[in-house]
Design a protein around this ligand. Structure first.
Ligand SMILES: [Zn+2]
Length: 427
């Protein structure tokens, strides 16, 4: 059952958020050197209705504000002794970015994550096996949400398939939490080892960490392979883990972090604001409302989402989102935006002829590509290459995604599997 806050009218939520936002802005101007500098010259910052007039915050700006004396960055607002935890994001350039939290920040993260995961229908007394590492990354904080819900939590960590399959067999959990790629990989591993995953105790898969869990064909493959209901969750390191979580209606993710985070949409190219209305899509931009250690204002998530505002049968109010892909993974083929996860979704519709694994292999470096875009599509086990299948896939990609591709069918097992997140593009 949703808690009372999750079902309050969305207009009431926005009114509460308005007060929190104004207090957060005052707090930033008082405590954040980064935002004092960034907002300098603004005589009146206004309320949530005017938020789009404020500048966006980019990850690179935060990183550029770090110094030897302050490795966290100029957005740090609290003294050292108020910080109870520091997470890191995996820096691709060597030095990680640090994400500090006060005790209050951490508790708010756990409340929001618990709502997002409880939306799946997981309830106290059930057993969950988790595969996320409680290591340096923000996802580790979401594990505390399982305790908050009252689940019996069996952490097996990342990258230990034998331990996971044994835990499922012996401890008989109702729930497994993992990435959608790993859930797909486990179906194949179980088949090879003669393990009946569909006949196991698992009735729910909680997937997160990458897009895919909400794509109908991909989700269907997971649900058939596990005979379990798949719901997804999504967060972003700098703002919080599992901010969004899908309910049993499986019709987009609710904002579990409502009251803690304000969501906006922008056009990723022009950076102009888009109305958060039913059917809208764009890049998600998030603002902390009650954060203390290092609150962020209008942070660009690089997640491209589609929004639904219609009422949900579960009773939760407010926007629901589905992640279409990461703006960072997006390719532009002769002016058309192409998300690799969308290519995978279209190709997955050709199961059981294909395995569902794909790799987009752009010919040129960078985002802009000339057609046809090369795509490797892996065949199902024991399936021989077939020109008419390649042609059908090419034609479906053209009609659904408006992109010309060069489809290469490759043998089963030739594309690398992942026990964490899948790599869909290979430059
Ligand atoms: Zn719902």
């Amino acid at each position: 059952m949703p808690d009372e806050i999750e079902t309050r009218p969305w207009s009431d939520q926005l009114a509460a958020d308005e007060r929190a936002y104004r207090a957060q802005l005052d707090y930033l101007l008082e405590h954040s050197p980064f935002y004092r500098d960034k907002l300098a010259g603004l005589s009146w910052a206004g309320g949530l209705a005017e938020i789009a007039e404020l500048p966006l915050t980019e990850k690179t700006e935060l990183r550029a504000s770090t110094t030897a004396d302050n490795p966290i960055g100029a957005h740090l607002c609290v003294p050292r002794e108020d910080i109870v935890r520091i997470y890191s994001t995996s820096g691709t350039t060597g030095t990680p970015s640090y994400i500090p939290l006060t005790a209050g920040d951490l508790d708010n993260w756990v409340i929001g994550s618990a709502r997002s995961y409880a939306a799946s229908g997981a309830r106290a007394g059930e057993r969950v096996v988790s595969t996320y590492s409680a290591g340096p990354f923000v996802a580790g904080a979401a594990l505390a949400a399982f305790d908050r819900i009252g689940l019996s939590h069996v952490p097996v960590g990342t990258g230990n398939t034998a331990r996971l399959l044994t835990a499922i067999e012996l401890l008989r959990p109702e729930i497994v939490a993992l990435t959608p790629s790993y859930a797909a990989h486990l179906i194949e591993v179980a088949a090879e080892r003669g393990i009946d995953l569909a006949g196991s105790s698992v009735t729910r898969l909680l997937v997160a960490g990458e897009p895919g869990g909400g794509e109908p064909a991909f989700r269907d493959r997971l649900e058939r392979g596990w005979r379990a209901r798949v719901t997804e969750a999504m967060g972003i390191g700098d703002i919080g883990p599992s901010l969004w979580g899908e309910c049993e209606q499986q019709d987009g993710m609710h904002l579990g972090a409502r009251g803690f985070v304000h969501a906006e949409l922008i056009d990723p190219d022009s950076e102009s604001a888009r109305e958060l209305e039913d059917g809208a899509s764009g890049e998600l931009v998030l603002t902390h409302l009650r954060h203390q250690a290092a609150p962020l204002l209008r942070f660009r998530t690089r997640d491209h989402v589609q929004v639904q505002m219609t009422p949900c049968a579960c009773g939760r109010t407010g926007p629901r989102v589905r992640c279409i892909g990461r703006t960072d993974d997006m390719l532009i083929v002769r002016g058309v935006n192409v998300f690799p996860s969308a290519v995978r979704e279209v190709v997955s519709g050709f199961a059981p002829d294909v395995s569902g694994h794909i790799r987009v292999r752009p010919r040129a470096a960078g985002v802009k590509q000339e057609p046809p875009l090369p795509v490797s599509v892996e065949l199902a086990q024991d399936r021989a290459p077939d020109d008419s299948l390649a042609e059908s896939i090419r034609e479906r990609l053209r009609s659904v995604l408006v992109v010309q591709t060069d489809v290469q069918l490759v043998p089963w097992g030739s594309l690398e599997r992942s026990d964490y997140k899948s790599k869909l593009v290979d430059h």
